[in-house]
Design a protein around this ligand. Sequence first.
Ligand code: KIV
Ligand code: ZN
Length: 562
Amino acid sequence: MKQGFEKYIPFVPLKMERRAWPDRQIVKAPVWCSVDLRDGNQALIDPMNVEEKLEFFHMLVDIGVKEIEVGFPSASETEYEFLRALIEGGHIPDDVTIQVLVQARPHLIERTFQAIDGAKHVIFHFYNSTSTLQRKVVFKTDMAGVTKIAVDAAKLIYELSQPAIEAGMDLRYEYSPESFMGTEMDNAVDICAAVLDALHATAEKKVILNLPTTVENCLPNYFADEIEYFIDKLPGRERAIISLHPHNDRGTGVATAELGLLAGAERIEATLFGNGERTGNVDMVTLALNMYTQGVDPELDFSEINKIRELYERVTKMEVGPRQPYVGELVFTAFSGSHQDAINKGASYMKESDSPYWEIPYLPIDPADVGRQYEPIVRINSQSGKGGASFVMRMNFGYDLPKAMQPEFGKIVQAETERQGTELKPERIFELFKTEYIDATSPYQLIRHAFSERTEKDGHSRVTFSGTIRNGENTVDVSGEGNGPIDAFFNAVHGQKMDRFTFVDYKEHAVSVGSDSQAVAYVQLRDENGKNVFGVGLSHNINLAPLRAILSAVNRAVGEKN
Ligand code: KIV
Ligand code: ZN
């Protein structure tokens, strides 16, 4: 890039004496309007056919979008046909308003009125371009020229709409000063005010003023200043619904929309996953779920995000990237060890504290809220640490490893990832666990055992263990007594070259595999050098699982020594 930047003209921000928007918060959902079937569709390599558009339309209705721009019926036969199919096929629910787009040109306006015949609720959306650049290089006219185009169109639309309104159609108007953000703000205010007048807008019959970043050309805060300024200066502001139509050329479409809402906008035109011309329109999913994760009801239903994505990808033939907020394949996955640790701790905290809030680090939303609870949150590769493998064991297989044991198992898993050089699937992690702990059954193995229990006069119970233990080729009968089964067993085997171990800790819980429930016990022993050694035992019998765990620990320690 050889100094090419010098040819670009920087955006000149408004001079604001004061601004209120930085101190505000988004506390309620805007009116949502989907422009997927128009702006989104017109940007596709293969635009959707009528059947695909219909399928998409029904999905938008199911999501809860109440205003849907269904096309540009004067621009193509397919668009016209689709609109007729929607109306004549009775596909539009009574609480949904369809929106049609048209340029501010008389013959196209007339054709658009034909296209909406028979619809119940319609937003008639017309536009012309107003920016300094477009006036100079495209229309070669001044502000008076573009204002005349807009006002003439508004008058014609008002006139042509009267018969339909009298016949019972609920018809509203929308005007977009296209390339708004590149228009001098006082000019934008004047043209919109003239359009409001021509459309006889009142507080009861509001007109939608849709302010697009047709090509996003400035920082979101500068755009918010424009919106605040525009709203402040607009005569009869109560006659208008302020709508935004952000594009994403600088990659800040979502921020632009959010700051624009702070600045007073009430409505957003957006597309699912940000489809649209060039870098796309603002992404409705991200915007809505950003609100959701701030405790604001977005009034849209994305609880089955994967299904929405699947339909979207099929009919648009576009792909949703793996890092796309809330929906990308990898957005709920942590590979990094420290992140996995924190998620692991967060999940335990939620369980233990019974917190009514979502308090898990690195996961801004509960995957279950968007139907993604069955996907792996933690995936294990060489970047992963001790907590990750334990998280997989808990989430995928129901094994809740004691904290003290987690680093040891984490190291075993990490060594394997480094050996293999690839990600380890949960099944492989379980295999490692099984081989390392559960299958550690030699040289010591319990062949037979029996417990008896008696209660002393003082109310304390004493347990006696007797059994047979194999040590390599040899078998030996042992017996011992203690205040519980583990104590009794430990005392029984103490003479069997196991004297060097002391018992430190123990944990047991049930694991279910299908309808089969087993007990898993984790035991921590310490050898004569103070080294911790862990063992795991599995059994249908809750008294037997810890005995197996003790022998597993001893076997592992003996194996290490050999
Ligand atoms: O991006 C844009 O300016 C538009 C208008 C027609 C609203 O799509
Ligand atoms: Zn657009």
